[in-house]
Design a protein. Structure first.
Length: 214
């Protein structure tokens, strides 16, 4: 299905859409994060979600590290419009349904056909963008709690201009510090099977293992 809808992107992508500017208005304050920075800070390793572990068993080729680690992806106007087009398209063609209702399971991560949970939107957007030439290291599944305190998955586009959030709840792509979410962890850009924490450890002696641009 995603191969079919991908062709329609060619028509949508040339439309110019301005990137959101970083302003003085921020989302929910997140411990350990500089809300004025365009980049999230990461804090060591974290356990992958069980749904992602199972997903990688089913789709091992989609969880392999790249041979070459890419630096932050250059976000040209064409690439930005591509990001907007894919986000809008997947949000439109996939109907939101929880895993329990759809599969009879609490948690199943997979590529959606026409219905799916939040992480399924992320997986499809990620695959479609990779097929368009985006490096996997720039497209990171991210776990947050939403405005109601419920668990939620979004995709972080890790770019030279900053970290941007693609969300099935919002057709607009926002800078990470403009969404009303608390960030917990996301995929490592070095290895998609590994995850990193977005919150500082309770052990004060441990420091962030990467810079704010990682």
């Amino acid at each position: 299905m995603y191969r079919v809808v991908l062709r329609s992107i060619i028509v949508v992508a040339p439309l110019l859409v301005a990137k959101p500017a970083i302003s003085s208005e921020y989302g929910v304050w997140v411990d350990g994060q500089n809300m004025r920075s365009p980049y999230m800070r990461i804090y060591g390793q974290s356990m992958p979600p069980i749904g992602h572990i199972r997903f990688c068993r089913t789709y091992p080729s989609d969880c392999r590290p790249q041979n070459e680690i890419k630096d932050r992806f250059s976000l040209s106007p064409d690439r930005w419009n591509e990001l907007v087009a894919i986000n809008s398209l997947v949000n439109r063609i996939v109907e939101p349904v929880e895993d329990q209702e759809l599969y009879g399971e609490v948690e199943r991560w997979t590529y959606p056909e026409n219905k799916g949970d939040c992480e399924d939107y992320v997986l499809l957007k990620r695959r479609m963008l990779i097929q368009r030439g985006w490096p996997a290291s720039s497209l990171l599944i991210t776990v947050v709690s939403d405005e109601n305190g419920a668990g939620h998955a979004v995709m972080t586009a890790r770019t030279g201009d900053g970290d941007y959030i693609l969300d099935n709840k919002n057709s607009k792509i926002l800078a990470w510090n403009k969404v009303p979410y608390r960030f917990f962890k996301r995929q490592s850009y070095r290895n998609p099977k590994r995850w990193v924490s977005l919150k500082p450890r309770t052990d004060k002696r441990r420091r962030a293992t990467s810079s704010a641009r990682d």
